[in-house]
Ligand binder design. Structure first.
Ligand SMILES: Nc1ncnc2c1ncn2[C@@H]1O[C@H](COP(=O)(O)OP(=O)(O)OP(=O)(O)O)[C@@H](O)[C@H]1O
Ligand SMILES: [Mg+2]
Length: 500
């Protein structure tokens, strides 16, 4: 690491709409060769600042210099020319293309007559794989690969374009702990090869583990620039939310004996006609939270898709209050992929709240939409969940990632259903918002709902669940009492080392 700055952003201001300052006189300086963490609450302005650096937005005010030279960046193409690459909060790969095609897309090496010289492209990619010690099958179809690998492809895309400054916007939000470890190994490797890395994350453990410096934003302003080795979680949390962090609640209420959800002998196939869920049986009673742990790809996704009615079942049954579920059964569902299943980007916040709820009497007379009631309900959720901006007429596309997530959670948690299926409730949320969502889950449980909770965060599962089922190879290999188990034991079942 040298004391030279790879990035200097000086006095950056960016206004949206009339007078909303997403970035307000921000100074952001990154030394060459360091890993610099950029943290802050949902909507603090992190993605906006990085989109400015990547040329997607132009700042109203401020100056940028790259490696000591003043620049003005008007497009991602210009950013790439300056050696800047960005992996966005939401991936932008084409799922039907091969890994190699995705990596070279838009930047193909052309040979005679402008044809793509696949051989030379492949050679160049192979060189990169070698020098950064990354292994990946270049011919595989991208959409079939786990997110951890897709993430690597996004990074490879940047390296292929010779990026020296890599911006990663919440790269670990969708990764399992194992995949996160892998990613961090790659980042360390990149750092030793002299790359400069900017990492946005909400997980303070990650900040402390891999970064050299941290910049904290709150409401569009810098609230701290710290050397990582001289700070700690409590200090960072306070700079992020502007107050002392209160510990998250844990489950203290007890389940009743009344069975709500009953799953028997359930078998479900995935897209490739592989039996992803095999003969699984369990019940969840009123007031019970059943957590599901497992390495991604062991059938969790197919299980919750079947229960929430998104996937056909092969055999077995799913009953709620004794009745087999049909297409009409109301089940609240906070899905893992919010962009695909949870929201419509070009709808307003109110319209997004209405999704799947247009038959509810509070919003409809049967013929007509009760727009005033919908808007005031949406406004109350906006206040309660601290969704920003506080405007039910805003388009959800303009919200920060975490605020979109809060809206989806708010809609599903307030549905009048007996069963709630939740995937990764805190994904993309800042620490305060995550604690709020945990609190709400516990409250809904207290009201007597049956809750199925899938998460890759074992700490979260241990805090919220009554029981934790571990899925391995499509089956439950253990159902553990959350109060009697720990991360290590769960981990052993997850890896199939232990079996009951
Ligand atoms: N294109 C846009 N139009 C209008 N408002 C926007 C736009 N992009 C961002 N904003 C607003 O600017 C603020 C900052 O958003 P930004 O995406 O930078 O937050 P963030 O720090 O990345 O948050 P998160 O952790 O939730 O991803 C938010 O209040 C957001 O609603
Ligand atoms: Mg963001």
């Amino acid at each position: 690491m040298t004391d030279q700055f790879a990035v200097k952003m000086n006095d950056i201001t960016k206004t949206f709409g009339e007078d909303f300052k997403a970035n307000d006189s921000i100074d952001f300086n990154v030394k060459a060769g360091e890993i610099h963490a950029l943290v802050g609450e949902n909507g603090a302005g992190k993605s906006t600042l990085m989109n400015i650096l990547y040329g997607m937005y132009h700042p109203d005010e401020g100056a940028i210099s790259i490696n000591g030279n003043g620049v003005s960046i008007h497009s991602p193409a210009e950013a790439i020319k300056l050696g800047i690459g960005m992996v966005h909060q939401h991936f932008m790969l084409v799922s039907t293309l091969s890994v190699l095609e995705n990596i070279i897309l838009g930047d193909e090496v052309t040979g005679a007559f402008d044809t793509i010289d696949m051989k030379r492209c492949r050679q160049k990619v192979k060189q990169i794989l070698n020098s950064f010690d990354i292994s990946i099958d270049l011919e595989e179809i991208t959409g079939r690969l786990p997110v951890g690998i897709q993430q690597k492809i996004e990074i490879l895309k940047l390296l292929y374009r010779n990026a020296d400054i890599l911006i990663l916007d919440e790269p670990t939000a969708v990764l399992t702990p194992q995949e996160t470890d892998e990613l961090f190994k790659t980042l360390m490797e990149l750092k030793y090869e002299g790359k400069t890395i900017i990492l946005i994350t909400h997980k303070l453990g990650e900040v402390l583990a891999v970064s050299d410096t941290v910049t904290v934003l709150r409401k569009g302003k810098v609230t701290g620039v710290l050397e990582t080795s001289k700070t700690n979680k409590a200090e960072l949390a306070e700079l992020i939310i502007g107050e002392k962090l209160i510990q998250a609640d844990t489950k203290t209420s007890h389940p009743t004996k009344k069975i709500i959800l009953e799953v028997s002998g359930l078998t479900v196939k995935n897209e490739r006609s592989f039996r992803a869920v095999r003969d699984v049986s369990f019940v969840i009673s009123a007031g019970e939270i059943l957590g599901i742990a497992g390495v991604e790809g062991n059938g969790q996704t197919e299980l919750i898709e079947a229960i929430s009615g998104l996937r056909k079942i092969e055999s077995g049954s799913i009953k709620i209050n004794g009745n087999a579920i049909t297409g009409k059964t109301e089940i609240a569902h906070i899905p893992a992929n919010r962009h695909k299943h949870g929201m419509v980007a070009e709808y307003t916040l109110s319209e997004n709240i209405l999704l799947g709820r247009d038959n509810e009497k509070q919003f409809s007379t049967g013929m007509l939409l009760k727009k005033t009631a919908l808007d005031s309900f949406t406004s109350s959720l906006i206040t309660e969940y601290d969704i920003r901006p506080q405007d039910h007429n805003a388009l959800i596309a303009g919200l920060s990632g975490g605020n979109q997530q809060k809206l989806v959670a708010a809609r599903e948690m307030t549905k009048q259903t007996d069963v709630i299926v939740i995937s990764h409730p805190a994904r993309g949320l800042d620490i305060k918002a995550a604690n709020f969502v945990y609190k709400t889950i516990l409250e809904e449980s207290k009201k007597g709902k049956a809750i199925l909770l899938v998460s890759s965060d074992l700490g979260e599962l241990l805090k919220l669940s009554d029981h934790i089922a571990v899925m391995y190879n499509g089956k439950f290999t253990a159902i553990l009492d959350a109060k009697q188990t720990n991360k290590r034991e769960i981990g052993e079942y997850m890896l199939g080392v232990k079996d009951k």
